[in-house]
Design a protein around this ligand. Sequence first.
Ligand SMILES: CCC[C@@H](CC(=O)O)C(=O)C(=O)O
Ligand SMILES: [Zn+2]
Length: 328
Amino acid sequence: MATQSIKVDSKEFEVKQYDFPTQQIPRLNYQDPKAEKLIENGQPVILTGSDLVGSAYHWDLGYLCSNLGSGKYTVYSSPDGKFKYYDEKKLPQNKSFKPPTSNSEMSFQDFASKLRKRDSKEFIYLQQSLNDTVGKRIVMDFTNFNWGWANETQKRNRWGPLTSNLLLVGMEGVITPAHYDEQENLFAQIQGYKRFLLFDPNQFDCLYPYPIYHPHDRQSQVDFDAPDLKRFPNFANAKAHEAIVGPKDVLYLPMYWWHQVESLHGHGETISITFWYKAAPTVKVVYPLNDGQKIAIMRNIEKMIAEALNDNDSMPQFMKTMVLGRYT
Ligand SMILES: CCC[C@@H](CC(=O)O)C(=O)C(=O)O
Ligand SMILES: [Zn+2]
């Protein structure tokens, strides 16, 4: 895999090189009206100066070991460093599916000692919602997040409720492959550096998500390291937005925007916290529909057809019959 070195604020980063062109995601102060406008328009932006998780800037492995308590945390393990999400609820209807990662529950202390061993045979990635088993100093840090700004941003953009804060602690080199989420995300970086590759929702036809009933629903079928352009020809036209997200940065990651996230080598493990919000309710449908709305419509139609057929194996032929030669 070819790599390229990029410089950000006098820091050097080695990043994997892909064939698609990339443009930079803007970096703006969080109080800049241009930043607020980008968020309002559902465009990604890196916000500086918000101190959204300022009370957690001192979180490192040692501090978390001493203060996260003895609760169990979900730690994923992957042989190749890729952590493609899969929905366990869809396993029963996909008997032949082989999960690409395994996961286990362990104390943060056990996770940290595994990390320190740097057993390079496996990559590990802790992904856990912050819950009430954490120690009181973590609770205090959490309480002291910049909720005033977060709540104001949520209100100004008419987002729905905050659904979860996920704590992410990743080994250098872990990768979350390209996928989209159905929630708005304020992604706060505490330690280490993550390279984000984002794709506009209008690139849906370049990224070929798995069928809706598949455990990898919302994930791209394209292997960025070895794209199969016979099966996925339009991937050749993909265009990315790129950013290196470092400590104290907050990336606004709009709903339906595809993203691949790489924890970069040479800067230690990465610690991040997500703030996921339900979408703003559609008060009045305005035409032409935006790309996110079209994705929502496609998902609803796929769900309806899968339900009506009640036989996922007959879905591919049904969809071909409906589209090939008629809408192609
Ligand atoms: C489980 C969430 C992983 C995260 C990407 C990353 O930091 O590796 C992401 O996809 C998101 O925040 O939406
Ligand atoms: Zn995501």
